[in-house]
Design a protein around this ligand. Structure first.
Ligand code: AMP
Length: 227
């Protein structure tokens, strides 16, 4: 990648279809680099659980595997980005997902004297995504992510990290909805790869290997672009 670096707090984007490992890798980068993971999916799920107006509007769209309206998502992201902890720098996971959102992000960052350091395309085969998504679950207490095949807990039903037995599976992680989510990705989000390539901010990473191997490659990349 060349250009688009900034001396302000880093802004990294993880781009990739559902199941590419954005959340898993964002959490690892968060710990390693002291950045804040911003997942619009998590923020929307919190809004749905809290029964806010945005959550009520988003619920059915999320259950069907479509994209929530740009207005709602941009407002949620803008409010979260304004919180003090984000001054350390952020990893955007699942945002932007449309060119309207990418333009809005650019404007929000410009107002803050920041810009996107790099948008990292996590390159994967679609065919493998359904298996990856249908086996995943998360600790409801600490948020650690697991997978039935690729990253099981050491003791069945117990979080390795915090010991909780409150494991959760997402309502939209089922084969029918995954197809819709992949379709939405290709129609509306994949064009962002060319969008960030044009601005010189695109990086690519092979995201088909083992979690630790991908994490190590990402770590080198992030070290380079935030130096
Ligand atoms: P995720 O957790 O990123 O897989 O997102 C779960 C669901 O939330 C998606 O399938 C969308 O319905 C919705 N969503 C999350 N982020 C966005 C976004 N940036 N734009 C539109 N919808 C989103």
């Amino acid at each position: 990648m060349d250009g688009a670096t900034t001396t302000a707090a880093p802004v990294l984007i993880l781009l990739g279809p559902p199941g590419a490992g954005k959340g898993t890798q964002a959490r690892m980068l968060e710990e390693e680099f002291g950045l804040v993971q911003l997942s619009t999916g998590d923020l929307l799920r919190q809004a749905v659980a809290a029964g806010t107006d945005a959550g009520k509007a988003a619920k059915a769209v999320m259950e069907a595997g479509g994209l929530v309206s740009d207005d709602i998502v941009i407002a949620i992201l803008r409010d979260r980005l304004a919180e003090p902890d984000c001054a350390k720098g952020v990893i955007l996971d699942g945002f932007p997902r449309t060119t309207v959102q990418a333009d809005a992000l650019g404007a929000l960052l410009q107002d803050r004297g920041q810009s996107v350091n790099t948008a990292i395309s996590m390159d994967v085969d679609d065919a493998a995504m359904v298996e990856r998504i249908s086996g995943r679950f998360t600790c409801g207490t600490c948020g650690e992510g697991y997978h039935d095949t690729f990253k099981p807990t050491a003791t069945a039903g117990t979080c390795d990290k915090c010991g909780s037995s409150d494991m959760k599976r997402r309502a939209d992680d089922n084969a029918a909805t995954v197809g819709q989510r992949l379709e939405a990705y290709h129609a509306q989000t994949a064009p962002l790869i060319a969008y960030y390539e044009r601005s010189g901010a695109l990086s690519r990473i092979d995201a088909m290997g083992a979690i630790e191997e991908i994490a190590s490659n990402l770590s080198h990349l992030v070290t380079k672009v935030t130096a």
